[in-house]
Design a protein around this ligand. Structure first.
Ligand code: HEC
Length: 124
């Protein structure tokens, strides 16, 4: 009995912690929402054009944060601010989940850019 009672504060703390856990985005929903992004960032988030940052395999938290910062004016980019303003918090989570789930191409930068898709070295 005493043992059970001692567990009560622990369980209460766990329950209180639950809402703090980030709601994970839905990658399937994110793919639909991200169609507009593909023109620049590529469908798999790995644009071959160096002026567009690669998003494939990026940490979802990074993508969410970057999009928030464009929206809030902490990051300034005339192109991205326009897109970021249209997104809700759920959109950001879903889109981030989609791009994060894509295979990152950075480790194969040379191979990807030359189109072979094969790793051709370790240094970038
Ligand atoms: C017309 C081209 C274009 C479109 C469309 C576009 N972006 Fe971008 N995006 C850019 C450019 C250019 C940058 C780099 C901006 C900078 O230097 O801050 C960027 C930067 C970003 C970054 C920051 C990447 C980093 O490494 O810091 C994220 C995240 C991002 N875009 C997500 C999106 C999402 C999500 C969409 C669709 C809702 C989208 N973009 C649509 C051109 C575009």
């Amino acid at each position: 009995m005493t043992r059970t009672l001692r567990l009560v504060p622990v369980l209460a703390a766990l329950l209180l912690a639950v809402p703090v856990v980030h709601a994970a985005g839905n990658a399937a929903a994110g793919k639909k929402k991200a169609v507009v992004c593909f023109a620049c960032h590529g469908e798999n988030g790995n644009s071959l054009d160096g002026q567009y940052p690669r998003l494939g395999g990026q940490y979802p938290g990074y993508i969410v944060q970057a999009l928030k910062e464009y929206k809030d004016g902490q990051r300034h980019n005339p192109i991205m601010v326009g897109f970021a303003r249209t997104l809700t918090a759920q959109d950001r989570e879903d889109i981030a989940a989609y791009f994060a789930a894509q295979k990152p191409a950075l480790w194969t930068l040379r191979g990807e850019i030359s189109g072979s898709g094969k790793r051709q070295g370790t240094s970038l």
